[in-house]
Design a protein around this ligand. Sequence first.
Ligand code: ZN
Length: 444
Amino acid sequence: MKPDHHALLAWPHQVPAPVMQTLADAHYIRGMELGPPHWWQQWQKERLAELLRWLATKDWWQAWAGSRQGSFSPIEALSGLPIMLREDFRALIAAHAPEVPVEHGNLSTYSTSGSTGVPVTFWRTEMALRINTNHYWADHQRQGRDLTKQLSVLTAGQAAHDGTHRNQTGEPWLHPGQQLVRLTTQFTLEEHALWLCNDPVAYLATPPGTLTGIIAMIEELGIEAPKLLQIMTHGQTVSPELRQRTREVLGASIRDRYSCEETGPIAFQCPESDDYYHCCVGNVVVEVVGGDNQPLPEGTQGTVLVTGLHQWASPAIRYELGDIACFHAHCPGCGVTVPTLSQLLGRKHILLRMKDRSWRYVQPLARDWLKCATFREYRLVQTNPFSFRAEFVMDHPISTSEVDALANMLSKCIGPEFSFELIQLDAIPWPPGRKRQEFVGLMP
Ligand SMILES: [Zn+2]
């Protein structure tokens, strides 16, 4: 699809203001990432000082934070503030009406449940939204994408549509390539796989879970897979196995984005490495802390805390998302001198603490279970740090060979250091009124 040339007739005298703003923002975002570290350090210090000074004038903030501000540098003041859990964030928002300086623009509300099961509604300004959006545009530059090529977006977060997808004409100045937007839940995985194979595009944006399902379906159907350039993921942990399968089946590398609704982008994958994520120093301050809520030595796994620098409407300060990562002062993958994350693990309920104290992401998939036997339902419940109860329902008494296959699969997917009690049931006692969770860990 060619760009809309009518919109270009005014060039060069009448460039739309939002286009200029995006270019200027992206230039600044990339400049801070690629420049000397004192640029972003000084800039973050100033933004954080402004935010904390403004918050210090609010009673609801003083009640939460105490009186730590004022006598410290902004970065030191941050480390003295309490950790904000999602429940705290929700209570703080409920405790005051949103008010922001007029230059931050109009307010909109957003809702998210994240992966914690605690839904929250919060406010965001036009300025915060603009900076969030333009960080994603800057990532197109970081990852070297050709924005004249087609992009398919498979998302659960949009309205139902007619036909196989909704055609979204590209923005002619900055992103002229056609975008094919498709509601994930409107189609089966088989339909997604056939659609992707029959009408190949250069780029695909979708969560890792959908991508895993599509690749499994392409293999099961035995259809010829298209060759893509890059796949943009978000929202769930990307395993090394998924990266490898994506390269093998679709010929494409995964370029993951780490974000949350409450602050927007947190870190983008290094363009030269699968292992590292560059923190968005233009949007957030990222800390990785241990049990005492203080920073850990470089390369040690800890809890991620994020502080949104532009999120003044519903401030998220030392906000704990329940994710785990290692912190690096510089990117070991490409050498840029912004803080960098690795071993990024989200969604604690599918994280396990191993005997060597490291955290591992575990997720036996449906196909792993079904390779062992024709289970109708299953659930894995952690009963103590190194034991699980594997509950399952099937229409015949489980055979010895099926028991062996299941025990082997669990040992392989979860880890040989864990023990598994296998229990066949008539029905799994799912908790009433709650979403079914096939993995129940000891972590909250
Ligand atoms: Zn890098």
